[in-house]
Design a binder for this molecule. Structure first.
Ligand SMILES: C[S@@+](CC[C@H](N)C(=O)[O-])C[C@H]1O[C@@H](n2cnc3c(N)ncnc32)[C@H](O)[C@@H]1O
Length: 189
C-alpha cells in the first residue's frame, strides 16, 4: 500500500501574520526571531520538491518583487504545487488605486495615506497616488487583468477573483481587512 503523502500548506511572506495550528508553514525573509517563521528568500527557488505542496497563500508580497522575479516566483509556486493544488494571492490592485484617484475615493485614500506616513489628509491626491508606487518597498504593480494573464501564461487554470474570506478551496486565512487588498485563486491542472 502507498504511504499517504504529507499535506503541505505554505503561507509565504507572512510578515507578523502567523498562521498556527492548521498544518501551515509560515515563511519570510525576516523571521523576527520567531520560531514559527521559516527563513527563506522568496526571490530564490522554493525549498520544496516538484508536485509536493497542497496549498499556497500569500498576500501583499507579489508587488514587492521586481517584475521578472515576481513571475519567476509565481512559476516556482506552480512547480511545487501538486496537480490539483491551489494558490490564493492577495495584492493591491493597481487599477483600483487609479480608479480611487480618478473618482476621489476618500476612504481608499485615507487608508493609503495613513499607511504611507501615519497621517490622513496631509497630502494631495496627486502626491499620494505616486507615493503608493514608491512606498513599502514596492517593486512592481499588477492590475487584476494583468495578474490573471501572468498566472494563465504559467498554466494555472480555474482563475477566479474572490472577495475577502470567500474561497472555492477552503482558504480562510485572509489576515488583512483593508480596502487595498484584492484576492485571486488559481489551480494547478
Ligand atoms: C507588506 S509585507 C506583507 C506581510 C503580510 N503578508 C501582510 O499581509 O501583512 C511584505 C513581506 O514580504 C517579506 N519579503 C520581502 N521580500 C522578501 C523575500 N525576498 N523573501 C521573503 N520574504 C520577503 C517582508 O519581510 C514582509 O514580511
Amino acid at each position: 500500500m502507498n504511504k499517504p503523502t504529507k499535506t503541505i500548506k505554505l503561507h509565504l511572506a507572512c510578515g507578523t501574520n502567523i498562521v498556527l495550528g492548521k498544518g501551515w508553514t509560515n515563511i519570510d525573509l525576516d523571521t523576527r526571531n520567531n520560531r514559527n517563521i521559516k527563513k527563506h528568500d522568496l526571490s530564490k527557488p522554493l525549498p520544496y520538491k516538484d508536485n509536493s505542496v497542497d496549498m499556497i497563500f500569500h498576500e501583499h508580497f507579489i508587488e514587492h518583487l521586481p517584475k521578472y522575479d515576481g513571475q519567476a516566483f509565481l512559476r516556482e509556486c506552480y512547480r511545487v504545487l501538486k496537480s490539483g493544488g491551489v494558490m490564493r494571492v492577495g495584492w493591491p490592485d493597481t487599477a483600483r488605486l487609479i480608479r480611487a484617484y480618478t473618482f476621489r475615493d476618500r476612504k481608499y485614500f485615507d487608508y493609503i495615506s495613513k499607511n504611507v506616513d501615519g497621517e490622513v489628509n496631509s497630502k494631495s491626491w496627486d502626491e499620494l497616488v505616486v507615493d503608493f508606487f514608491y512606498s513599502w518597498e514596492h517593486r512592481y504593480g499588477y492590475t487584476r487583468k494583468h495578474l490573471k494573464s501572468v498566472l494563465g501564461d504559467i498554466s494555472f487554470y480555474k482563475i477566479r477573483y474572490k472577495k475577502r474570506m470567500q474561497s472555492d478551496h477552503g482558504f480562510d486565512i485572509d489576515l488583512r481587512d483593508d480596502p487595498a487588498t484584492t484576492y485571486i485563486e488559481v489551480v494547478k491542472p
